[in-house]
Design a protein around this ligand. Structure first.
Ligand code: FES
Length: 175
């Protein structure tokens, strides 16, 4: 049993490495940097695993420490895997003016999180966003890339509860 688990872990790590290499090598721009590689990885995986740091270091001939330095400098890079579902609460000025704080507080409470991050069961990741591009419908929340405008704390709680029950959210209540 232990061996099977070990194999599964190894094969997951290998598939992550394969996806990382493909993302790094697939960059179309002329100038490839540590930052551009990390962005390509984040586009592919949604986060930066340790394997990616190693691959980026090798590809760009930088040191692993240098790559970690870039990862930690840009706080938007996630170093933990994302949950199956993603909620983003807009924290931009327009949303802030019309109640984003209360919406965010409610989402944190519903998900049992102290701040941005992923729920203990790994199911839902909450992030703040500086503008979800639908300011006229502020306050705005995005659930699995589906925009929900004119959010109230109770709508936000409802969306969070539905995600916790494993329901998908789509259609209706769009921006
Ligand atoms: S500030 Fe929230 S959508 Fe633009």
């Amino acid at each position: 049993m232990h061996e099977v688990h070990g194999d599964a872990v190894t094969s997951t790590a290998q598939s992550i490495r394969d996806r990382v290499r493909k993302a790094i090598k697939g960059q179309k721009q002329k100038t490839v940097t540590v930052l551009s590689c990390l962005l390509a990885v984040e586009d592919e995986l949604g986060w930066i695993p340790a394997e990616a740091v190693e691959e980026v270091a090798e590809f760009t001939e930088a040191t692993i420490n240098d790559v970690w330095g870039v990862v930690s400098f840009y706080t938007n890079f996630q170093t933990q895997p994302l949950g199956k579902h993603r909620m983003e609460v807009c924290w931009g000025p327009t949303c802030h003016l019309v109640g984003a704080q209360k919406v965010a507080d409610q989402v944190l409470k519903s998900l049992g999180l102290p701040s941005e991050g992923t729920t203990a069961d790994g199911a839902i990741t909450l992030r703040y966003n500086t503008c979800l591009g639908a300011c006229s419908n502020a306050p705005v929340v995005s659930v699995d890339h589906h925009l929900m405008g004119r959010m109230t704390p109770s709508h936000a709680a409802d969306a969070a509860e539905r995600l916790k029950r494993g329901e998908s959210i789509g259609g209706g209540h769009a921006s």
